[in-house]
Structures are given as structure tokens and as C-alpha cells.
Write a protein that binds this ligand. Structure first.
Ligand SMILES: Cc1cc2nc3c(=O)[nH]c(=O)nc-3n(C[C@H](O)[C@H](O)[C@H](O)COP(=O)(O)OP(=O)(O)OC[C@H]3O[C@@H](n4cnc5c(N)ncnc54)[C@H](O)[C@@H]3O)c2cc1C
Length: 382
């Protein structure tokens, strides 16, 4: 759908801008990160706030070129302009923030507000900056290194702004780890600085007679803030989330899909499998460091009727970076040489370096449209 410009602020094509340059040292890194990891959101901003259509964007290169105090600047190079289009081949659009950026930390909030506004215009689910409290009912291991937290929350009343979604795969909560830090830990200044928050996925939620039950599965990998937080939780403790974030999986509704999970994204893939409505069963490539964590999908295999195939990849010490991406690509190539599937859709979430390298390798191997392949970053190797 073509949207016309609603404000002169949204479009500008020359280099003289009325906007205030920012000089934060972190800015260049933030711009690079947004271009790499949030490309689809940039397309969303252009679709929501300019006259460009998503068809225009399919054949274009979009880049965040600057962040000013009052706006972001997006440059679009249109490569395959349709006859009806009036766009020239290279334009810069300025998308204004709700309020100007004064300190670097404002950027996060302003970016989220922009995303919320764009998603609302496009009728898409969006990130929420709401707090939610859960009560711990139980915790137990579901595979060698995966700890399940069983929580209760508010009712799944869909009209409630804090409803816990029972039918969404990959819905993630940003948990406030500091909420469960004791006063003694806080005043002990010899302790290493604890990480303040961590994203974990809603593995599953369902309504019971006394409210909503929810599972959150936490991968334990040594002495880390997230793992220590989850392991220390006791029945009756409250946990708090500060943000909620829907996952991008709508493209998986049809066609042959490939799902790539490591331990951190197994909960998302397990829920995707439980909610699978695509008539073609997906191929699941399951990457774990420890062979015993492959058992994580056993429960899903018995609880669903879909005939999906799990292709295991046990990596031992290789769990990140380009090396893992190459291993995943080779595993996939070997499988496709004996089982010639035509993979049409991809969803995966992995370590940052792996995700970056794998996007290129998957593109080369499967030749998919950008919108048919989503490979997310769920964690970062130090
Ligand atoms: C949207 C989203 C949903 C997520 N859902 C889940 C989920 O359901 N379950 C889950 O377990 N995780 C999930 N994650 C990932 C989780 O948020 C990160 O792995 C987080 O960094 C873990 O924090 P930590 O304190 O354990 O380790 P960190 O503080 O991130 O790191 C501590 C050390 O451990 C290393 N490290 C971090 N993660 C791993 C890893 N996976 N394997 C090996 N080494 C590692 C780091 O390099 C560092 O050296 C999700 C992330 C996102 C963005």
C-alpha cells in the first residue's frame, strides 16, 4: 500500500538539514548495529512514514546514515523502480523522533517509540515497555543444561494490556535481574557488577483455573548473571519483566521452512512447532554444545502430530562466530544432498557473529528473498 507523506519533516533530499548533529562516541557503533540487526525495522519506518511501498523496498538498499537530535536519516537506493513510481534512484528521508535526544541513553527510548508508532501504523505487533510481575511456582531441568521456570501471571484476558500471549512463539520478556538481588548483594561492592536485565522467551503459556501458567526455559552455561538469577529462584519468589517483545515469524505460514536453533532459541522453536499450522512440516537444525541438550525436543516430538525432522548438530567447544556458521552451512548442505528439499523460508536465532556470517552463507546456499529469511541475534560472545 502506498502511503503519502503526512509531513514535510518526513522527506528531504538534499544535504542541508535543520537537524542538530550529535557527537556521542557510541553513535557510530549504534548506527552500524541498527543497520546490521534492525534492517527490517528501517524498512518498516519507510513504509509507515513515507510514500514508499514495501514493493519498492524489495528492490532497494536502505541504510541508516545519520542520527540527529531530532530525527534519523535513512538513505534508500532504489534499484528496480516500477514505471508508475515517481521516486528517483537515491533519496534520503528524515524520520523525526517524538522528543529530541539529549543524552545517548535517550536514543534507545526514542528508537522504541518510533518503532511502536511505525508498527501501529502498519497494524503490526510491537515491543511493549510495560512491567509485569510473575510468581515462581517451580523450577526443574528439562535437559542437561536447560532450567525450566514455572511461573504464574495475570489472566490471559486478551483485552488486558498485560495479557500473557498463549498463542505466540518467541514472545520474549526482558527480566529485571536486579529485582531479585538481595540488599546484601547490592551493598557488597567487591562483587562483580551484575547484569541488570536479560531477555528470556515465553516457552509456553496456558490458562488454568487460578490464572495463567507460563514456562520460561533458561540455558545454564556456567557462572553467568542470567543463569545464576534463574538457578537461585525459589517457589514463591516474584520475578519482574520490564519489556516485552514479539518475535518475527509471520513468514513461516507457508512453504518449506528451515528453523535453526541453539540452546537460547530452542524455546522459540519448540513453541513454533507446537503452534505449527503450515501444512508443510519444517526442518529443524538443532545446534547444541552438549549432546544431552538435544533431548530438549523429545517432549515436543511426542506432543505434536507434525512430522518434522530434527537435524542435530553437536558442536562441543565451537558455539559462536563464523566457525559455527560454516559448520551449520556444511551440515545443511550434507542433509540437502541426500534429502533434496527446496527450503523457502528460514527462521533462526544464534550468537551475533554466527548470525552475521550465517545470513550470507544461507543467502548463497538457498537464494531466498530478504523477507523470507530471519536470522536473529539472541546473545553475544564476549
Ligand atoms: C529475544 C530473545 C529471547 C531469548 N530467549 C532466551 C531463552 O528463552 N532462553 C535462554 O536461555 N536464552 C534466551 N535468550 C538469550 C539470553 O538473553 C542471552 O543468552 C543472555 O546473554 C544470557 O545471559 P547470561 O547472564 O547467561 O550470559 P551473558 O551475561 O550474556 O554472558 C556471560 C558469558 O557467557 C557467554 N555466553 C552468553 N551466552 C552464551 C551461550 N548461549 N552459550 C555460551 N556462552 C554464552 C558470554 O560470551 C560471556 O562470556 C534470548 C535472547 C533474546 C534477544
Amino acid at each position: 500500500m502506498i502511503r503519502s507523506l503526512s509531513s514535510a519533516n518526513y522527506a528531504c533530499c538534499d544535504q542541508t538539514t535543520p537537524y542538530t548533529p550529535l557527537n556521542f562516541p557510541e553513535l557510530a557503533g549504534a548506527i552500524a548495529h541498527i543497520n546490521e540487526e534492525h534492517y527490517d525495522e528501517l524498512l518498516g519506518f519507510l513504509t509507515a512514514f513515507t510514500s514508499l511501498s514495501s514493493d519498492d523496498m524489495d528492490k532497494a538498499n536502505v541504510q541508516l546514515v545519520a542520527i540527529y537530535a531530532e530525527a534519523i536519516a535513512l538513505r534508500i537506493q532504489l534499484t528496480g523502480i516500477k514505471k508508475t513510481s515517481t521516486q528517483t534512484s537515491d533519496q534520503t528521508f528524515f524520520i523525526p523522533f517524538t522528543a529530541p535526544i539529549i543524552q545517548f541513553s535517550d536514543l534507545n527510548t526514542q528508537y522504541i517509540l518510533l518503532k511502536q508508532k511505525a508498527d501501529k501504523k502498519l497494524g503490526k505487533k510491537t515491543i511493549k515497555l510495560t512491567s509485569q510481575t510473575f510468581v515462581v511456582q517451580d523450577s526443574y531441568k528439562v535437559s542437561q543444561n536447560m532450567l525450566r521456570l514455572e511461573l504464574t501471571g495475570l489472566t490471559a484476558n486478551t483485552s488486558h494490556k498485560n495479557a500473557i500471549p498463549a498463542d505466540e512463539a518467541g514472545y520474549a520478556y526482558l527480566f529485571d535481574l536486579a529485582h531479585n538481588t538481595t540488599t546484601a548483594q547490592r551493598i557488597d561492592d567487591t562483587a562483580p557488577p551484575a547484569r541488570a536485565h536479560c531477555y528470556y522467551t515465553l516457552r509456553k503459556a496456558w490458562q488454568t483455573s487460578d490464572g495463567v501458567r507460563a514456562w520460561v526455559d533458561v540455558f545454564l552455561h556456567g557462572d553467568t548473571p542470567g543463569g545464576n538469577w534463574a538457578s537461585a529462584l525459589q517457589t514463591g519468589d516474584t520475578v519482574m519483566s520490564k519489556r516485552e517483545f514479539p518475535e518475527k515469524t509471520a513468514h513461516l505460514q507457508d512453504g518449506q521452512a528451515l528453523l535453526i536453533a541453539d540452546e537460547t532459541s530452542m524455546p522459540t522453536v519448540a513453541r513454533l512447532l507446537e503452534l505449527w499450522e503450515n501444512p508443510v512440516p519444517p526442518l529443524v537444525l538443532c545446534v547444541t554444545q552438549d549432546a544431552d541438550d538435544q533431548a530438549y525436543f523429545d517432549e515436543v516430538k511426542t506432543s505434536t502430530n507434525h512430522n518434522f525432522m530434527v537435524l542435530p548438530l553437536v558442536t562441543g567447544k565451537v558455539h559462536s562466530g563464523k566457525e559455527l556458521a560454516v559448520l551449520i552451512d556444511h551440515t545443511l548442505a550434507d542433509y540437502l544432498s541426500i534429502q533434496p528439499l527446496k527450503v523457502e523460508k528460514v527462521w533462526g536465532a544464534l550468537e551475533a557473529g554466527t548470525a552475521k556470517a550465517l545470513r550470507g552463507l544461507i543467502q548463497q546456499r538457498l537464494g531466498l528473498e530478504r523477507s523470507d529469511s530471519v536470522i536473529k541475534v539472541y546473545w553475544r560472545q564476549d
